[in-house]
Write a new protein. Structure first.
Length: 146
């Protein structure tokens, strides 16, 4: 059963081209017709979300997949700014990162991350994790209206 009747726009904030490719592949094979936009640093993520140039026509995402270790503006700071912004705070943010450090997990939840997922190093496991996140947030969870 699909909780969301229309495709969900997902913003992936990831600087590792390999992880971007794996995530794109996992979502492309999904049974849900979601649209994925990608930015490779925290500064661009905030511009995208605030629809600042060159993203004036960007569609507000229904879900953000956020890496923590990003250039320009760190993922933790992106998370803090998103959850501090009344126009953005309702967008679910899933931290998708290589860090399994307790301090990163605690800080992410303190900053109101909706979920914290550690990226597996194994390709097939990584694909499976992304698919499970997609399935959970797209078919089970009722996302806030845009």
């Amino acid at each position: 059963m699909n909780a969301n009747s229309e495709p969900v726009d997902i913003l992936l904030v990831e600087d590792d081209p390999g992880d971007v490719l794996i995530t794109q592949e996992a979502l492309a094979d999904s049974k849900f017709l979601n649209r994925l936009s990608v930015v490779d640093n925290g500064e661009e993520a905030l511009k995208y979300l605030r629809r600042e140039p060159p993203y004036e026509e960007a569609i507000r995402p229904g879900l953000i997949l956020l890496d923590l270790n990003l250039p320009r503006i760190d993922g933790r700071e992106v998370l803090a700014r998103v959850k501090d912004d009344p126009d953005l705070r309702r967008i679910p943010v899933v931290v998708l990162t290589t860090s399994a450090a307790d301090e990163d997990i605690i800080r992410s939840y303190d900053l109101h991350a909706n979920a914290y997922v550690t990226k597996p190093v194994d390709f097939d496991q990584f694909i499976n994790v992304v698919r499970k996140v997609d399935e959970f947030y797209i078919s089970i969870v009722k996302l806030p209206p845009r």
